[in-house]
Design a protein around this ligand. Structure first.
Ligand SMILES: NC(=O)c1ccc[n+]([C@@H]2O[C@H](COP(=O)([O-])OP(=O)(O)OC[C@H]3O[C@@H](n4cnc5c(N)ncnc54)[C@H](OP(=O)(O)O)[C@@H]3O)[C@@H](O)[C@H]2O)c1
Length: 498
C-alpha cells in the first residue's frame, strides 16, 4: 500500500463508475484498492464511487461490498471510521447493461465536484459487453469531455485474435478518443516491472551491457502452482498462449528490449515498445514446432496436495487439447538484439510459483582460473516479480580457501523491506488513470501487433486434437530443454528465494 508520506499526486475529484461492481474482480481487487486509495489520498476524498448494479437493492449490494471487503481487506472493516468514510462515497445506479435507460440514470447521477463532472468508467465486465457499454455511454453523452474528463478502462482480454481485437478497437474508438481509453494490464502495474525500467534507465552501468554483445538470451516467465480454478470456461477457449504470452509476457518483453524513450510519457514509451513489436521476426507456419512448446497438466502432486488433471477439471472437455503450458522463442530483428533469443513461457500447476525476467549474459570468453573446479557460470540478472519482488545478480566469486576455485554468489536486492510500502498494481494503475497517465497501458496498435505476431501459432494449434502432457507439480517438459538447448544455462527454472 502507498503511504501518505510518499511524494504522490492526488487526483482531481472524480466520479469512479464501475460496471460489474458485483463481480469477482471488483470484489478482490478494485474495491479494496479504492478504499486504500481513499485512505492514503490517492483518490480525492470528494470523489464518488458509483456502482452499476443489476437486479439487487442497495442494501443487498452494500452487504455484498462489506462481505467482499471482509474477505479481501478485513483491516478496513475492522476500522469502523474508514469503512464509514468509504460507505459515504458509494452510490448505486440500478440497471442492466443492455438497457439505454441505465446510462441515462448514470448521467443524472454523476456528481459535479469543484465545477467539473470528471468520470472514469471501469469496465469490470465480460468483454462481450464492452461494445454495448461504450454505445450506451455514447448515447447518454458520457464520452463528451466538455463538462470534465471522461476515461474508459478496459480489462483484458483485448480480443481473442487479430480480427476481434481490431473490431474491439474500432468499436471503442468510434466513441472515445484513443487517449481516453486505458487498456489495463495489471502486470505492468507491478512495482517490480516498473523497477525494471528504473534499473535500466537510472543506472549507467546497465546500458553498455544491454545488447547482443553481452546478453546470451532472455527468459520471461510466469510459473503458477494453481490450476485453472474457476476460470475453466474462459480458459478452454484461451489457453496459456492467449492468456499470458500474447498479453502480459509480450508487454514485459517490449519493456526489456525497447530503446530508451526520449521522455517518460505515454506516447514516447509506447512508440518505443511498438518498434520492438514491429521488429519481432514472424514465425513461419513450418517453423512453429521449432520455436514453440505447448503442454497440458496431467494429475500429480503440488505442494504436497494431490491434484487432478486439466481434463478432469469442471467445465473442461475430457478430450481438451488446450495448453496450460506454453513457450515461444522470439527473435527481435534490430541492431541491439539480432540473434538473441527471447524465450517467453508460462505454465499452470508447476512445481513452484514465480514470475521472473532473466537476462542471461554470455559466458566469460576464457577461463583464467584453470583449476579442478568447473568453469565460471554465466552471469544472470533476474527481476523477480512474484511471489516476492526483487532483483538478483548472479556473479562468480572465489571459494574461501587456498585455491582460486569459484562458486556462484547471489547478490539479492529485495524490492521492499517489511514496511509494506509496495502498492498493489490496481492502486498504481487506477491512480494513473485518474491522473491521465497512459504510460503503463497498452495502445491499440500494440494490442493489434501482438495479436498479429502470435496469430500464426494460434492458427497452427487451432484444430489439433492432442497435446503433450506434464505431471502437475513438476518441471517435466522435455520440449523446454530442446527449445533452450542453445541458450547458456538452458531452461531457467525459477528457484524459491534464490
Ligand atoms: N477476476 C479477475 O481476477 C480478472 C483478472 C483480469 C481480468 N479480468 C477481466 O475483468 C472482467 C470482469 O471479470 P470478473 O472475473 O469480475 O467477472 P464476473 O465475476 O463474471 O463479473 C461480471 C460482472 O459483470 C456484471 N454483469 C454481467 N452482465 C451484466 C448485465 N447485463 N447488466 C449489469 N451487469 C452485468 C455482473 O453482474 P451480476 O453480478 O449481476 O451478474 C458482474 O458484476 C472480465 O473482462 C475479465 O476478463 C478479471
Amino acid at each position: 500500500m502507498v503511504t501518505t508520506n510518499q511524494n504522490i499526486e492526488t487526483a482531481e475529484p472524480t466520479n469512479i463508475v464501475i460496471f460489474g461492481v458485483t463481480g469477482d474482480l471488483s470484489k478482490r481487487k478494485l474495491m479494496p484498492a479504492l478504499v486504500r486509495m481513499l485512505c492514503c489520498g490517492l483518490v480525492h476524498t470528494d470523489s464518488k464511487i458509483i456502482g452499476v448494479v443489476n437486479n439487487r437493492t442497495e442494501e443487498v449490494w452494500i452487504n455484498l461490498v462489506r462481505e467482499g471487503m471482509q474477505e479481501f481487506s478485513p483491516e478496513i472493516i475492522a476500522d469502523e471510521s474508514r469503512w464509514k468514510k468509504f460507505l459515504a462515497r458509494l452510490i448505486m445506479v440500478p440497471g442492466d447493461l443492455g438497457d439505454d435507460a441505465t446510462y441515462q440514470r448514470l448521467a443524472e447521477s454523476l456528481a459535479e465536484i469543484n465545477g467539473k463532472k470528471n468520470a472514469m468508467f471501469y469496465c469490470a465486465i465480460p468483454p462481450a459487453w464492452y461494445g454495448k457499454v461504450t454505445g450506451g455511454l455514447d448515447k447518454a453523452g458520457l464520452a463528451d469531455e466538455s463538462e470534465g474528463y471522461r476515461r474508459l478502462v478496459i480489462e483484458k482480454p483485448f480480443g481473442h485474435n487479430l480480427e476481434s481485437a481490431k473490431r474491439l478497437n474500432k468499436e471503442l474508438q468510434s466513441v472515445f478518443k484513443e487517449d481516453q481509453i486505458y487498456r489495463i494490464d495489471h502486470y505492468l502495474g507491478k512495482e517490480s516491472v516498473q523497477n525494471l525500467l528504473v534499473y535500466r534507465f537510472a543506472n549507467s552501468i546497465m546500458e553498455p551491457l544491454w545488447n547482443r554483445n553481452y546478453v546470451d538470451h532472455v527468459q520471461i516467465s510466469t510459473a503458477e502452482t494453481l490450476g485453472v480454478e474457476y476460470r475453466a470456461k474462459y480458459y478452454e477457449k484461451s489457453g496459456a498462449l492467449r492468456d499470458m504470452i500474447q498479453s502480459h509476457l509480450m508487454q514485459m518483453m517490449t519493456l526489456v528490449a525497447m530503446e530508451p524513450p526520449v521522455e517518460f510519457t505515454a506516447d514516447a514509451v509506447r512508440d518505443e515498445k511498438m518498434k520492438v513489436l514491429r521488429a519481432i521476426r514472424s514465425i513461419k507456419p513450418e517453423e512453429i514446432k521449432i520455436h514453440t512448446v505447448s503442454a497440458q497438466y496431467a494429475s500429480g502432486t503440488v505442494e504436497g496436495e494431490e491434484v487432478k488433471a486439466y481434463v478432469s477439471e469442471e467445465f473442461v472437455s475430457p478430450d481438451s487439447a488446450t495448453e496450460t503450458f506454453s513457450a515461444v522463442r522470439f527473435y527481435i530483428d534490430n541492431w541491439r538484439w539480432q540473434g538473441v533469443p527471447f524465450i517467453l513461457w508460462s505454465g499452470k500447476r508447476m512445481k513452484s510459483k514465480a514470475s521472473e525476467v532473466m537476462i542471461r549474459f554470455r559466458k566469460p570468453p576464457f577461463n583464467l582460473f584453470d583449476s579442478h573446479a568447473s568453469a565460471p557460470a554465466a552471469n544472470a540478472l533476474v527481476f523477480r516479480l512474484q511471489p516476492e519482488g526483487g532483483v538478483v545478480l548472479r556473479l562468480n566469486a572465489k571459494k574461501p580457501g587456498l585455491t582460486t576455485d569459484n562458486e556462484e554468489m547471489v547478490m539479492r536486492a529485495p524490492y521492499a523491506d517489511d514496511t509494506g510500502e509496495v502498492a498493489d498494481a490496481y492502486e498504481i494503475l487506477m491512480h494513473d488513470v485518474l491522473t491521465g497517465d497512459g504510460t503503463l497501458f497498452s495502445r491499440a496498435d500494440e494490442v493489434e501487433t501482438s495479436w498479429e505476431i502470435v496469430e500464426p501459432i494460434l492458427d497452427a494449434w487451432k484444430n489439433r486434437v492432442s497435446v503433450e502432457r506434464y505431471r502437475a507439480g513438476t518441471w517435466d517438459i522435455p520440449a523446454m530443454e530442446e527449445l533452450t538447448k542453445d541458450c547458456v544455462g538452458g531452461w531457467h527454472i525459477p528457484t524459491v528465494r534464490k
